[in-house]
Ligand binder design. Structure first.
Ligand SMILES: [Zn+2]
Length: 292
């Protein structure tokens, strides 16, 4: 418990409000459905002046260690991801998530926002689909447990597609709370000590969504976590490809509410979403809330 104990004092006063983890390869080599939003969203942060703020640090993502991928996924899974052609971008994406989480747990920043080029929540131990290749959050948790000795994790996944990969790997874990928004089509195991599924209708608006968020955050409060991951898919916007009908204003409201209850030790992980206009607004609003 050396890391956790030693870092406790630093945690009280992190040097940065927010760590943003990014790499231009996410836009250049990311999965096609996801990559066109990346550069516009990052440009939006620049245009809003958020990257130049003194208490915002911007880190360049580095690839995750292959051994971490091998710890979370089966050999046949890794082999299939290599064959997909997206192994490198998946390792870089997982690395982005790990770096953000390390900044937050090691006392460098209150919160983090990690860009990705491939998503993670549909990557299970031995299978993947839906623009996901390696389970970035599961790899980050494996790393944090081993290196920083952080133990208990809450995950709130607001991507409207069922996070079956995360459920497969972390659902049975007694020290992980998995709160999973979805549009009524459940996949994967629902059993587990700390699994909460929040099914909303396809046409769920901001009000329905925020009612679900209150349920989610209540569960997080009761869980007593060390670190909270928000799996942030803006494919729940009415102009993006997933279910739900969120408006432009939903993301600032969401981020403010999360911050009100959990002002630090929160890691946002980019997930689904393709529409560059939506990405600019959604990511811009969340980062603006976290940076202030
Ligand atoms: Zn999705």
């Amino acid at each position: 418990m050396v890391g956790a104990t030693d870092n406790a004092a630093e945690r009280d006063e992190p040097r940065f409000k927010l760590a943003i983890v990014y790499h231009p390869d996410f836009a250049a080599y990311g999965y096609p459905a996801l990559r066109d939003r990346v550069a516009p969203a990052f440009a939006e942060l620049e245009e809003r002046g958020l990257l130049a703020m003194g208490r915002v640090e911007v880190l360049q993502a580095e690839p995750a260690d292959v051994k971490l991928a091998e710890r979370v996924h089966s050999p046949s899974h890794i082999h299939a991801v290599i064959n997909s052609g997206y192994y490198d971008i998946a390792l870089l994406s997982a690395g982005s998530v790990i770096q953000g989480a390390v900044e937050v747990t090691a006392g460098g920043a209150e919160s983090s926002f990690s860009f990705v080029g491939a998503a993670g929540h549909h990557a299970s131990c031995d299978g993947f689909w839906g623009f996901c290749y390696l389970n970035d959050v599961a790899m980050a948790i494996a790393y944090l447990r081993e290196v920083i000795h952080v133990k208990r994790f809450a995950i709130v996944d607001i991507d409207p597609h069922f996070g079956d990969g995360t459920r497969d790997i972390l659902g049975p874990d007694p020290e992980v709370l998995h709160v999973n928004f979805h549009s009524g089509y459940a996949m994967g195991g629902q059993d587990g000590p700390n699994n909460l599924d929040i099914a909303l209708p396809h046409q769920a608006d901001d009000g329905r969504f925020m009612a679900g968020v209150e349920d989610a955050l209540r569960a997080v409060r009761e869980f007593d976590h060390d670190l909270l991951f928000v799996i942030f898919g803006h494919d729940n916007h009415r102009d993006d490809y997933g279910a739900f009908e969120l408006s432009d204003g939903a993301y600032a409201v969401f981020a403010r509410r999360v911050k009100e209850l959990f002002p630090c030790r929160v890691c946002y992980v980019l997930s689904g979403g393709a529409n560059p206009r939506v990405a600019r607004r959604a990511i811009g609003d969340v980062v603006e809330v976290l940076a202030n």
